[in-house]
Write a protein that binds this ligand. Structure first.
Ligand SMILES: Cc1cc2nc3c(=O)[nH]c(=O)nc-3n(C[C@H](O)[C@H](O)[C@H](O)COP(=O)(O)OP(=O)(O)OC[C@H]3O[C@@H](n4cnc5c(N)ncnc54)[C@H](O)[C@@H]3O)c2cc1C
Length: 380
């Protein structure tokens, strides 16, 4: 067992995924923050992971998403095995309906940006087998490798797996980063939308970032035999055995003008009903979940040792991609902390990209490694 004391701030998907990597590697981190609450973006994610068949990508962000989707189901199995808690999921593909010939063209132009970028196995299907109480579209595009998993269950499972291997949870928020830096050998900020505030309080210069709030909706329905996962442009709908999950909207939070959540919910329901053809439920049976995501200007996450702060790292800025990228980024952060070389993605997402003085030369060895290697090996 490694001896270093480690604090992780944030119990969203990023913090818990890193916690899981760490306990697998023989560390016993302490995780700070509330398990649930409106600040937790992960608990309101619909759980749909959808790359629409793309196999070539021109940016590291998309390359990372393509690569991590292939490993996601094995990762979920390993979390299930370590915790003993089931994670409901469906890996039978995702469908995108189209309502006219024109809509078909628009759908493909949007997916492939008017070019052929390389796509794997999408099929254009007639809507014979469409959902019985939905309006029937002209047809739909089936993306066979895309999937849905229950994010809430995954997080419960991650918490359990961490706890079983000796991680500690402290329910309160961190108000003073400095106290943790003094008390722990190493501190990692995985606090989602709250990450930059913690750094600013330490008077550190932080990169430009944006907060983007969003809402997803859940309502019960008559039991369905088979789950069906749908997307339409930026909207998505999971039709599960007992409930539907629709998401998501986006808005810029403004402390002076609180967002009208009820109006946003009603608009999202209208858009969803038009995009997917489901019978619109009345608003009062719909549960609303909302949270805030952190986005950097280049839309990529940020991981790694904070320049000039050997006791501090970050794992944040997942924006809309946390479900696919959390484990890949947690693995890369752990590599750096243990002095191992980073992959293409660890280099591309490294936080030093924001600082001219602190920029890592790609392929360069870590300047210091705060954690000793334990005999355990992280990984799935
Ligand atoms: C409505 C909605 C739908 C989404 N749907 C999808 C989807 O279908 N697919 C997908 O890939 N992504 C989706 N996302 C994005 C995804 O949820 C995020 O990328 C991911 O969950 C971010 O995880 P995180 O751990 O970085 O942040 P969070 O889940 O927000 O976790 C950060 C945690 O840190 C805590 N915290 C903040 N400050 C402090 C502090 N000072 N002390 C202690 N704790 C602190 C917060 O309370 C929170 O619990 C969605 C997001 C939203 C909002």
């Amino acid at each position: 067992m490694a001896h270093e004391t480690i604090a992780i701030i944030g119990r969203g998907l990023a913090g818990l995924t890193l916690g899981f990597r760490m306990v697998q590697a023989g560390y016993q981190p302490t995780l700070f923050g509330a398990a649930r609450g409106p600040d937790n973006a992960s608990r309101c994610a619909q759980g749909i992971v959808c790359n629409k068949g793309l196999i070539f990508a021109d940016s590291p962000l998309f390359r990372a998403k393509l690569q991590s989707l292939k490993k996601l189901e094995d990762w979920l199995s390993s979390v299930e095995k370590a915790s003993g808690l089931a994670i409901p999921r469906t890996w039978t593909g995702v469908d995108e309906p189209y309502w006219s010939a024109d809509d078909f063209q628009k759908t493909f132009q949007r997916v492939y940006r008017g070019n052929f970028w390389g796509c794997y196995r999408p099929q254009n299907r007639p809507a014979k087998d469409w959902l019985s109480d939905f309006r029937t579209p002209e047809g739909y595009v089936h993306y066979p490798d895309d999937a849905w998993f229950d994010v809430d269950a995954t997080m419960n499972s991650l918490e359990k797996a961490c706890e079983l291997k000796g991680a500690t949870f402290i329910d309160s928020d961190v108000t003073e980063l400095k106290t943790l830096l003094d008390r722990y050998d190493h501190t990692i900020i995985a606090a989602g939308a709250g990450s930059m505030e913690l750094l600013k309080a330490l008077k550190l210069e932080v990169p430009k970032s944006f907060q983007v709030a969003g809402q997803s909706l859940v309502w019960k329905h008559q039991p369905e035999a088979t789950p069906r996962i749908l997307v339409k442009a930026t909207l998505s709908l999971a039709v599960l055995s007992d409930r539907k999950i629709l998401g998501s909207s986006s808005w810029k939070p403004d402390p002076h003008h609180p967002h009208d959540i009820a109006l946003d919910r009603d608009q999202l329901l209208d858009q969803g009903a038009a995009a997917f053809g489901f019978p619109r439920p009345s608003s009062d049976v719909v549960e609303s979940n909302w949270g805030t995501r952190l986005r950097f200007a280049d839309r990529m996450p940020a991981l790694g040792l904070w320049p000039e702060q050997p006791k501090l790292s970050v794992l944040t800025g997942f924006y809309k991609n946390g479900l696919q990228l959390a484990d890949l980024c947690a693995e890369q952060l752990l590599c750096e902390l243990q002095g191992e070389p980073l992959s293409e993605f660890g280099e591309a997402f490294h936080v030093s990209r924001f600082f001219r003085s602190g920029r890592r030369a790609p392929g360069s060895p870590p300047r210091h490694c705060p954690l000793s290697r334990s005999e355990h090996k992280a990984g799935t």
